[in-house]
Design a protein around this ligand. Structure first.
Ligand code: F6P
Length: 320
């Protein structure tokens, strides 16, 4: 094996650059060549591929976004498009590919593996919803961005005696809402993994008022519904002085936390080590702080990410 290709795909996440750096530098220090593929699978098919030098990786560990750019490319579900991608990889003499991304990107890596092209999926998404790993790169940064916003919202909620509903990202997963919600002392965390009782939430707000707390924070995962819809439902229970906010793509940007940078560095180095050992067709991850690799096809077909819903119970026990 001489050449490793790297691409970032799907929604970007802080720490994607740290991931690219780790793969490229690990490969180069092992005597291999690293090739960057721009715009995810779209760029792969178009042949937008270039050699990466160690100097290109200088300073990118702290930068948000991805120097390789990203794209959503549903066309990659078609076999002829996948074969075109493999043709491009062969044209550039690339022997193995590391795909940094979320669920959709993993499926791209899975398809290439099914066609016999050695590919590794490396978890890079704010959603933390990838099977085969406890944490994804980008999640910790997204949580800290969300927490900063929630703390600020709490300030104004307190001044104005209001109830704020803050919608956080996560696609179908409630992980960002759970972590940021616990850390922000939320009065309720509403996630798609569990039923919610809006009447009980309205009652809690009223009780809080009676007990002397006249501001509230409800953290809502986008997979449940929008903040605007939730507000409409909650407002039916009386005048609770509600405001609805959607934090949106702010959660995806910014300089990665130390935790995301270190995780990205460990994953990138691990991916290269596996490829050097002749292993591929894998999804890599971290479990109980140990780097792990599992068959990418089996991981995607037979496993699901498990959100730690016990954090919601914890929050309920600790709230006012
Ligand atoms: O997967 C990352 C994510 O930010 C999700 O949390 C969100 O649902 C989605 O991407 C938004 O996608 P887009 O950038 O296409 O609006």
């Amino acid at each position: 094996m001489k050449r490793i290709g790297i691409l970032t795909s799907g929604g970007d996440a802080a720490g994607m650059n740290a991931s690219v750096r780790a793969i490229a530098r690990s490969a180069i220090s092992a005597g291999l060549e690293a090739y960057g593929i721009n715009y995810g699978f779209a760029g792969l098919v178009a042949g937008d591929i270039h050699k990466l030098e160690s100097i290109d990786m200088d300073g990118i560990i702290s930068r948000g976004g991805t120097i390789l750019y990203s794209a959503r490319f549903p066309e990659f579900a078609e076999e002829k498009t996948q074969l075109k991608g493999i043709e491009q990889l062969k044209k550039f003499g690339i022997d193995a590919l590391v795909v940094i991304g979320g669920d959709g990107s993993y499926h791209g890596a899975e398809r290439l593996t099914q066609h016999g092209f050695n590919s590794i999926g490396m978890p890079g998404t704010i959603d933390n919803d990838i099977p085969g790993t406890d944490f994804t790169v980008g999640f910790d940064t997204a949580v800290s961005v969300a927490l900063d916003a929630l703390d600020r919202v709490n300030d104004t909620a307190t001044s104005h005696q209001r109830t704020f509903i803050v919608e956080l990202m996560g696609r179908g997963a409630g992980d960002i809402a759970l972590w940021a919600g616990v850390a922000a002392d939320a009065d309720a965390i509403v996630i798609p993994e569990r039923e919610y009782d809006i009447e009980a939430i309205a009652e809690k707000i009223k009780q809080n008022r009676k007990n002397g707390k006249d501001h509230n924070l409800i953290v809502l995962a986008e997979g449940v519904m929008s903040a605007a819809e939730f507000k409409e439902k909650l407002d039916k229970f009386g005048t609770l002085h509600t405001r609805a906010i959607t934090l949106g793509h702010i959660q995806r940007g910014g300089s990665p936390t130390a935790r995301d940078r270190v995780l990205a560095s460990r994953f990138g180095d691990f991916a290269v080590k596996l490829l050097l050992e002749g292993k591929g067709g894998l999804a890599i991850g971290i479990r109980d702080n140990k780097l792990v690799a599992s068959d990418i096809i089996d991981t995607l077909e037979n496993h699901k990410h498990i959100t730690d819903v016990s954090l919601q119970d914890l929050n309920d026990r600790l709230r006012f």
